[in-house]
Design a binder for this molecule. Sequence first.
Ligand code: SF4
Ligand code: SF4
Length: 367
Amino acid sequence: MKTGERNEVFFFPYDANRAFLRGLRTLFSRVANVVSTGDSVAVKVHMGEYGASAYLRPPIVRRVCDLIKEAGAKPFVTDTTTLYSLGRFTASKYLATAAFNGFTKRTLGAPVIIADGEQGYDGEWVDIPKRVSNCSLDKVKIARKILDADSMVVLSHLKGHELSGFGGSIKNVAMGCVTKESKAAQHSVNRGVMDISKCTGCGKCIEACAFEALSVLEEKVVRDEKKCLNCNNCLYSCPEKVFSLPLQAKEKFQVYLAHAAARVLSRFRSKVVFINFIQDVTPLCDCITPSGLPIIPDIGMLASTDVVAIDKASLDLIAQTKPIGKFASISSSDILGKINGTDSLIQIRTAQELGLGSMAYELCVTK
Ligand code: SF4
Ligand code: SF4
């Protein structure tokens, strides 16, 4: 519907002071009309894995909750459980990790609710009506509490991602608003290809698999394909590199992400807004500990009602900034994609093709 138009992306650049409280008030005033009086507002945010350090700081989220309350609505801070078995695998574990990272009802002034329930399966399957780029993903299971909200404010920390190149608003919605089965479905294109000849039968991957999908038979690993949920914990835990990503996995994964995001967002129609934070831009995502040192100096915050425009504008601003540290020599219009070995614009192009917004945006600098 918006393809081809120039959509507004409001930009609050950081100066030496990084005045985020003022910046958030300014940005929110430009997009606040998506929230109506009395709305139950899902504030979608990744609250950081246990041991992570680059995730969005709690005062940022607190400020957004306060602004939503000033608009007469009722915010709750939310995310979903993970597919892999670390500090956010269940709702109880996530709440403990969130508290450790500084996110509680007391610090945020709003309840913290894990949207897909204790085990991560509470939600509703919905069909994906429109598909492009030979996408086989035909449905998503939207997490219950996100499904029940009246409107949504999506807060995204911009960073690299080893499978999708970068993570911004599209990825935050696609993976972060759905249940475990739906995450597994999106990750099905990443299920590791096995080279059994390298396997020593050490059993490390079995310990890493939370779904009891692996066993060792005659000193070689065996995978139960029905039990596997594509979390790739085995891939990262195997010392012999028995598992590797299938060809084009990263590119297909991005196509799936865009489709999942499109379906989740259609639930909210125009009652959703995105705020991207280009700060602490690490090469890897907030699920990985450690996620690495920042690759660029901090840039600022963006807000838009167009998920395509805001992610494209974020990548463009990063591309215009000289990388630092060990990435200083990279020159690319897609720095994070280059670091992570993919073309990370695929998710943005696909989202545009699905009618989620426009890559032709207008950057409106605010003070
Ligand atoms: S077999 Fe590997 S990818 Fe599948 S669920 Fe177990 S750890 Fe995850
Ligand atoms: S961790 Fe690797 S080498 Fe060890 S059993 Fe699993 S696949 Fe084989």
